[in-house]
Each structure stands twice: as C-alpha cells, then as structure tokens.
Design a protein around this ligand. Structure first.
Ligand code: GAL
Length: 824
C-alpha cells in the first residue's frame, strides 16, 4: 500500500505540477516555428540582414517544399550521365530523374521569434532543424549561427549569444541551396521538416541527451539503463529523479540518485521493470522515462524519453531475433517524399502510409537512403514497424557529380553521430545501415571506410547490428568489405545469395534491397510474359507483375529465398510506395515519365495488384483473395486474357460467366506458380469472373467476383478519414472513382474531375498515380488514371464540417462530408 501511495504521489508531482524554477519560470520550453515564414526562391544579396525588407516575399508555413508546386518540366535537372549502378557504361540523356520539378537553386526563409523572460546568463536557447534541403546556413539577428550541408539530417545550434538582450523580435534567416546533379531521386527543397526553438536553464539536458538501453530482457524482468547527459554541470552536485511509466501512465519503476558528474560523462540510473510489456511489431508497447534534474537542490530541467523494452540479436545461421524469436524481415524501402505533398513532412500522411503497409503484413521499413523525419520513427514505434535507418547513398566516391561525396570527409562522422543520437532510443530502430550501393565497395581501401562508419555505430550505440546494402557482390566477397559487417546485406543478385552465404563468415544474408518489380496501377499488357526492361509506347509497365529491371527480379524469387534457407534474414522490397524521380525503365530521354514504377503502392497511395501478392504471404491475420486484371475489355472479346489470383489459400477455381476454368493449385513447378494462381489461357468475354478459394481440405472458403463495367455514370468518393482533428494539419485521403450505374469501377475512365472544398478545411492536393502525368498536384482538378485518383483535404484549426464536391463532365457529381472535431 505504502509503495502504491508513494508511486501515486510521485506521479502527481511529476505530471500535475509543471516543473518550474524557484523564480516560477518553466525549466524547459520548446515550440515549433510553423507559421509566419517569409520565403523567396532565388538568391538574395545579404538575405540575412536585419535591415532587409521581406514584406513582398511569399507567406508560407513550415514544413514547406518549395519545388512541389512545379511546374513539371523536362528541363529541370536534365542530366547527361551514365548511371553506373544500373550497369550503364555510356552517358545518355536522363529526364525526370529527380522528378522534373524545380528543386535546384537557392531559397531563403525568414521568420522572427520571441523568448520572453530571456536572460543570457541563466538561459540557453537552441534552434533544432529536423532537416533542411540543403547546405543550410542559419542566421540569427544577421549573424551566422550554424551551417549544415546534408539536407536529410537533423542538426541544432545554440543561439543564446546571438539573441537580443530582452529576448524579443529575434530575426531568423535560413539560406538553402540545391545544386544540379546532387541527387538520384527527388530530394525536395526548403524547410521541409520542422524547426524547433528549445529554451532551457543553463544547466540542461542537451538535444538527444538521453540514451536508454535494456541490458537484460525477459518476460518476467527487464533492466533499464538511462544515461543522461548534462550541459554545464561539471563539478556540480546533481540530483536526478526519474520515473518509468507504462502506456497507461502507471509508474513501474522510479529512482532518485545523487552524484557529481565530470568530463561530460552522463549521469547513470538503472531500473528494474517486472513483467515488462515487450515491444514488437505485433505489440508495440511503449514506456516513458520522466526525469527531473536538480542542481544544488534547485530544479533545473525536466526531460522525457519514450522507449520500448525489447531485445535484438543476430545469430549465425539463424538470423535476426526479436525478443528471443527468429523472424524474417517483411520490409519495404521507402524514399522520404509523400507523393503529391512532396518532401514536406505531415504526420497524417505518414500514418496513412504506414497503416496501408501494416495491413499488407509489412513489419519493417528501410529509410532509403537517408535519415528519416523523427515523426516517421515515432509512428513506427507506435504502430509497430521495425526500422533500418540508413544515412548515405554516397561516401567518398561520387554517384552524382554534386552528391554527398563533397562533404563526406569532413561531415560523415558528425552526420552519423547526429543520426544515432537522434534515434537510438526508438525501439522500432533495430539496425543501422551505413550506406547503399556505395561505389567505395569496389575500391581497394573501401573496407577502411566501412570500418570507420561501422565503428561509429558501435561506439555510439553498441546495441544494434550494422549492415550495408551491397550490389557489387564480386568485389565485396573478395576484398573483405562484406566480411567485416555485422550483417551482410545484398541488394538484388538473388543468384549470388548461396555463394555469399558459403563464403562469408557471418553465415547470414539479408535482402537489404529486393525486387524492383515495375508496374502501373490498372495497366495490363498482352501477351503476358516475364521480362526485364520492357518498354511500351504508353510509357507504362504491366500490372501482371511480370516485369522488372535488368538488375532486379520478381517478388516470387525473394519469397522463395526467405522460405527455403534458414540463413536468409528476409527482405526490404524496393519500394513500398512510388516516389518522385527515378522513372526506370523510362529514365533515358523518356519524358514525361518523372516518378517511379517500383512501388507496391502508387504515388496516389492506391495499392497496385502487387500489394495483394505480398499481403497473401505476409498478412498472417487475415485472408487475401484478389483477382486481376479488371474485366472490362471491349477490344479483347474472344482473345486470350490471363487471370491471376493472389491469395493465401492453396487453391481456387475460376468461373467466367458461370463456366469453370478449372482449379489452380500452388505448386513448386515454377517460382510464380508457387505464389500465384494463374489461368494463362482464359478467353475474354464480357460478364462476370468469379473465383472460389479452397482451403487445405479442399472446402470452398471464400469467393470474389469482378464484373464487366458499363458506361461511366457517376463520380464516387470514399474515405477512411471521415473524422479529422481540427488542428490545421490533419489530412483526409479521399479515393475518387468513376463508376457505372451498378457501382462497378470503370477501369478505362480518364475524365477530368474538378473539386471544391468548403467549410472547416481546405483543398490540399491531388494525385492519380500515373508516372507520366504532368498536371500540378496542387490545382483542384485532375484526370482520372484508370478510373481512380486520390484527393487530399486538410482540416482547418476550427471544428466543423468539411464539404467536398467532385464533378466531371457527363457524370453525376458526388458530395462528401468530413467532420473536423476539436483537437485534443
Ligand atoms: C538500387 C538502388 C536504389 C534504386 C533501385 C532501383 O540499385 O539502391 O536506390 O535506384 O536500384 O531499382
């Protein structure tokens, strides 16, 4: 009872009494600089000057991506290069490689902020940027405060000495510059992630100043170690009071310790948590450590760290173990852009992406090939997705003329340290990757660079294994590069897995990047053949999921490797979502293609057929039964039109207008027949196709019907986001379709749809997933692509109804209401 009372009292102190100093001021205050930014695209002479009049500059909110508004143009970042990692030997004209958007050049942002009750002798003020694209120069009151070249990394600088004495009207200016040929995909432009102002006492926990590990984990007991760094506390007597609370806010452990800390050593506290709720993708249980810091008896800081209790191990010949259980990664790689929103971070957009991936059965994300936004990592903690975080696409040797290699020598260590400190408390992060297909793999001393980077990981975070995505298999098996890594990661080259396993001392192979199968949603090509590098006059790829690039393969091969060999660790598919840029196989003077076709889900966040192939294997909780193609082929009457079914059931029977086309069973006759049910000789006639799935006992278990669609009759909108928080940020993704009188999707409809959004929200963006579409994302009208598109609407800051209207010539219009409710 005493114990319980004590815990409750402690909670009361911690959460209901907001920590303040003896003068009654808050010990720590942190806020975002989101509104009232002024932006100018282009160079400005002395853009940092406090005397500059920026009244005519554009008014923007941050996160902001200056390039996503377009227009798309072939001339943007037009490149004459040989993409050596794709096996090219000769230079050729590359269009759309970085998305065909105007991201190159200089941009200036200006804002102003106040620090009430500021005192330079007793306070510290830090600016933290979660990412600024790129070569950021930050100025406060006309003076340079810091420079950070890598656009993907978070960085911070102490600006206390640059503030006005009264703390008011401090002018902030940020100059950003993106060089031509600095990227292999669309990097975005501008202050595309959040900017924070953090105000603390002089003695304080610095940014990313805690490190929580769980040195012992079992079902009955976990030990938790908290190391807290303190700034300006050398020689002082520090008292630290920390409570660990579970997801329900109950105190499960607490400690009060006193000691002197010197030489920058962190303050260490250890805790025991009995019967811990372990973190895993299936049960993403989280805890919090809430710490109060006292110096000479006075409260000087309060700090909170969210964490999870889980154990990660790599076992030779067995693979990756989470909490004592072997599991194979069912992961995807993703670039950072959010399709029509560009690189500008938005939590609802990220959440929607992750929910789609979770439903597919995906359990892991590789952040290709750079540091993620903290919001993404926090969501992976909450929703249960493991992460492999990867900093670089280039080390010291160039892939792009103006790529990161320019900074590697001076900045690599600083970039790695920031990344690791930023994310080492996130339980979702289970592995670091030090790079992707770096040309350094084949250089004679490349292993030294790999060692240097892996050692930084081991030094800053000894708890996580390190890998690297390698594609030059011959080099790395011979030159010692692959053998020095904790985990050898192969990109593609499935035919070399067995050799790598046999030669490497780790006795493991991770599919660090796999598949690169290409397809366009709703596009089907005939005849259906398995081929690499297929090009068509319409610049699309077939959704029969039989096409890939010359260096890559079909999903079926990766499935088989994961199932057949105990030493494979699973995979990270290239990619979960389509992204802007890298329009392979249409990248060589093939404008207007400007976005990828690798995605399992298209640029409009609409799943392609392939989604259901992965789901049929990966989602162990629900059945999958999916038929392709659509069944509306007026030009194919009497022609052979294969039907594929993606399902977890072992067999199924197909009926066309009631006539059985026979039963197909999964078999090991070929890779594809092992994972797909395929009727290759079916002949098209309009009407109905029905598939009946049979379970292991041959009993009919489920069925699905697809009908031939009639003429487009009306526009239909549907959303899973019928209620939004009225916080000015939340988004509703609305699926827009052309349907016939009976509600069947019209798969050839490509009409223009116009939108009007009124009430408690605004129109945000549109996308239709067509990699050749040059319509602007941010204008309220767009053509359907194969009958569908996605509308994104944003809640305002006031609660109310958002009315959305969609109309298209000749079709019945539709109206949808979304509720924006008071944000908590
Ligand atoms: C890989 C590379 C990725 C992407 C992919 C396309 O080699 O690591 O960044 O370019 O190919 O297939």
């Amino acid at each position: 009872m005493m114990k319980l009372l004590h815990a409750t009292y402690f909670l009361f102190l911690l959460f209901f009494f907001i920590p303040t100093t003896s003068q009654g001021q808050l010990t720590r205050n942190s806020f975002l600089l989101e509104k009232n930014w002024r932006f100018f695209q282009g160079e400005v002479d002395r853009g940092e000057s406090t005397a500059l009049n920026d009244a005519t500059w554009q008014h923007v909110t941050v996160p902001h991506d200056w390039a996503i508004y377009g227009p798309f143009d072939r001339a943007h970042d037009l490149q004459d290069v040989a993409v050596t990692q794709n096996g090219e030997k000769k230079a050729s004209v590359k269009t759309g490689r970085t998305g065909g958007l105007p991201y190159v050049g200089v941009g200036w942002y200006r804002n102003q902020f106040n620090i009430p009750q500021f005192d330079a002798n007793t306070k510290r003020v830090v600016l933290k940027f979660d990412g600024a694209m790129s070569e950021a120069r930050v100025y406060v009151n006309g003076k340079e405060a810091c420079f950070w070249p890598y656009g993907y990394n978070a960085f911070h600088c102490d600006v206390t000495e640059l503030l006005h004495a009264d703390g008011m009207n401090n002018k902030l200016a940020v100059r950003l510059e993106n060089k031509v040929q600095s990227s292999r995909w669309y990097p975005g432009a501008g202050l595309y992630r959040n900017v924070h102002v953090i105000v603390t006492e002089k003695v304080h926990v610095p940014v990313w100043g805690t490190y929580i590990t769980t040195p012992f984990v079992s079902d009955s007991l976990a030990s938790v170690k908290l190391e807290t760094s303190l700034k300006n506390a050398d020689g002082k007597l520090v008292r630290m009071v920390t409570a660990i609370t579970d997801a329900k806010g109950r105190v499960v452990a607490q400690k009060e310790n006193q000691q002197k800390i010197n030489y920058g050593k962190p303050f260490v506290q250890n805790f025991e948590v009995t019967n811990p709720a372990l973190w895993s993708p299936e049960h993403p249980n989280l805890y919090r450590a809430s710490t109060l810091v006292y110096i000479d008896g006075k409260l000087t800081d309060n700090f909170e760290t969210r964490f999870g209790i889980r154990e990660v191990r790599i076992i030779a010949d067995k693979g990756f173990m989470l909490n004592g259980k072997i599991r194979k990664f069912q992961g995807v790689c993703n670039h950072h852009d959010l399709g029509p929103l560009g690189a500008a971070i938005n939590v609802s957009a990220l959440r929607y992406q992750l929910e789609l991936l979770k439903d597919m059965g995906c359990d892991a994300i590789r952040t290709a090939h750079n540091m993620p936004a903290p919001e993404l990592v926090a969501l992976c903690d909450e929703l249960g997705l493991m992460m492999m975080i990867e900093p670089f696409d280039e080390w010291d040797i160039a892939k792009c003329k103006n790529g990161y290699h320019r900074f590697f020598g001076e900045w690599a260590e600083r970039d790695m340290v920031n990344m690791i400190h930023h994310f080492r408390n996130n339980p979702s992060v289970v592995m670091w990757s030090i790079g992707n297909e770096v040309p350094t793999q084949c250089s004679a001393e490349g292993y030294k660079v790999a060692s240097f980077l892996q050692d930084i990981c081991h030094r800053e975070d000894p708890t996580r294994p390190v890998t690297c995505g390698m594609d030059q298999v011959t080099c790395v098996l011979e030159n010692g590069f692959a053998s020095l890594l904790d985990v050898p990661g192969l990109n593609y080259r499935t035919h070399r897995y067995e050799e790598a396993y046999a030669k490497l001392p780790q006795n493991l192979v991770l599919g660090s990047e796999t598949a690169s199968t290409v397809s366009s949603r709703g596009v089907y090509k005939f005849p259906v053949v398995k081929k690499g590098d297929m090009l068509y006059p319409d610049h699309q790829s077939s959704s029969y999921d039989m096409e890939h690039c010359s260096w890559s393969n079909l999903p079926d091969e990766d499935f088989a490797l994961a199932e057949d060999h105990h030493w494979t660790m699973g995979q990270f598919v290239w990619t979960g979502f389509d992204y802007l840029g890298e329009p392979s196989p249409y990248d060589t003077d093939a404008w207007p293609n400007h976005s990828s076709m690798f995605g399992i889900i298209d640029l409009a966040s609409i799943p392609k057929d392939r989604y259901y192939l992965y789901r049929s294997l990966w989602n162990k909780n629900e059945h999958t039964l999916h038929i392709l193609p659509h069944w509306t082929w007026p030009d194919r009457v009497g022609q052979q039109t294969p039907v594929f079914v993606y399902t977890d059931y072992p067999s199924a029977e197909l009926f066309i207008n009631g006539k059985s086309q026979g039963i197909q069973r999964k078999s090991k006759a070929s890779r594809e027949e092992r994972y797909r049910l395929m009727w290759m000789n079916t002949v098209y006639e309009p009407g109905e196709i029905k598939v009946v799935a049979y379970d292991e006992n041959g009993k009919a278990a489920d069925e699905k019907i697809v009908q031939t669609a009639g003429k487009p009759y009306q526009i239909k909108m549907e959303t899973a986001h019928g209620t939004l928080a009225a916080d000015g940020r939340a988004l509703a993704y609305i699926r827009v379709k052309a349907v016939d009188k009976d509600g069947n999707l019209c798969p050839h409809a490509d009409g223009l749809v116009q939108f009007e959004v009124k009430g408690a929200g605004t129109f945000k963006a549109l996308a239709n997933g067509d990699p050749t579409n040059l319509e602007a994302f941010h204008k309220p009208q767009m053509h359907l692509f194969n009958g569908q598109l996605t509308l994104i609407v944003q809640a305002a800051e006031e609660a109310g109804k958002i009315q959305v209207q969609a109309q298209s010539k000749g079709l019945k219009k539709d109206v949808l209401l979304v509720n924006a409710v008071a944000a908590p």
